[in-house]
Ligand binder design. Structure first.
Ligand code: ZN
Length: 68
């Protein structure tokens, strides 16, 4: 199950969620403010980082520090 990144258009916060691909865009709700105006972010690195499991140097997919 891939991890998706979402941005709330109401409060502007980013959050990540593991979702099935078929449900990636359904029933979105911001965990911070409860808004359903949530936009999925394109995040290819979430896929590679999640499925490879290996250490290929990260491929420039380092987690953003201060994820607040
Ligand atoms: Zn929000």
């Amino acid at each position: 199950m891939p991890m998706y990144e979402y941005r709330c258009q109401e409060c502007g916060k980013l959050y990540e969620q593991l979702r099935r691909m078929s449900e990636a865009d359904t029933n979105l709700q911001c965990p911070h403010c409860g808004s359903q105006k949530v936009e999925r972010q394109v995040s290819a690195c979430a896929f590679s980082g999640f499925s490879s499991g290996g250490s290929s140097g990260g491929g420039g997919c380092t987690p953003r520090g201060g994820f607040s």
